[in-house]
Design a protein around this ligand. Structure first.
Ligand code: ZN
Length: 148
């Protein structure tokens, strides 16, 4: 399944290739302070391939907070956050915002609430390595080194 998503104005877009076709797509409403304020609902599939493309890179904010291990790719024109990345051992992992999906049937989304408050940084990074999208291409002009 090829899933396209983008921010509201279209500046930040992504293409997510999810094989085999998902029977359901986990949609995790994150309880952290940022996601609560943004209504961030995230998904990932370890074996999926994600390509994030940006039209105007001067209109992208890479917001970090807390443990500073995740970058929220935020469109500074429309305020939407289509993707989050985390660079672990020189590899970029990502989750995408299901609210930025275009044309995906809502019935495919299996919504849950999650809270990672109190999780230590090491276990947080280990969880991302296990669960986040592990094949990520960023065409956003952002140069190494990323956060961390
Ligand atoms: Zn935008």
């Amino acid at each position: 399944m090829l899933i396209h998503g983008q921010c509201h104005c279209g500046n930040i877009g992504f293409d997510l290739t999810w094989e085999p076709d998902p029977v359901s797509i986990p949609a995790r409403a994150c309880g952290c302070s940022f996601c609560t304020k943004h209504g961030g609902v995230w998904t990932s599939h370890r074996a999926a391939t994600l390509h994030v493309h940006v039209a105007d890179r001067t209109l992208v904010s890479h917001y970090v907070f807390g443990t500073r291990t995740a970058e929220f790719h935020t469109c500074s024109r429309c305020g939407i956050v289509p993707a989050v990345t985390s660079t672990i051992d020189d590899r970029v992992y990502a989750v995408v915002n299901v609210n930025a999906f275009e044309g995906v049937a809502p019935s495919l989304l299996q919504r849950t609430s999650v809270s990672f408050d109190g999780e230590g940084t090491d276990s947080r990074l280990a969880r991302r390595k296990r669960n986040w999208i592990a094949h990520v291409e960023l065409s956003d002009g952002h140069t190494e080194p990323r956060v961390r």
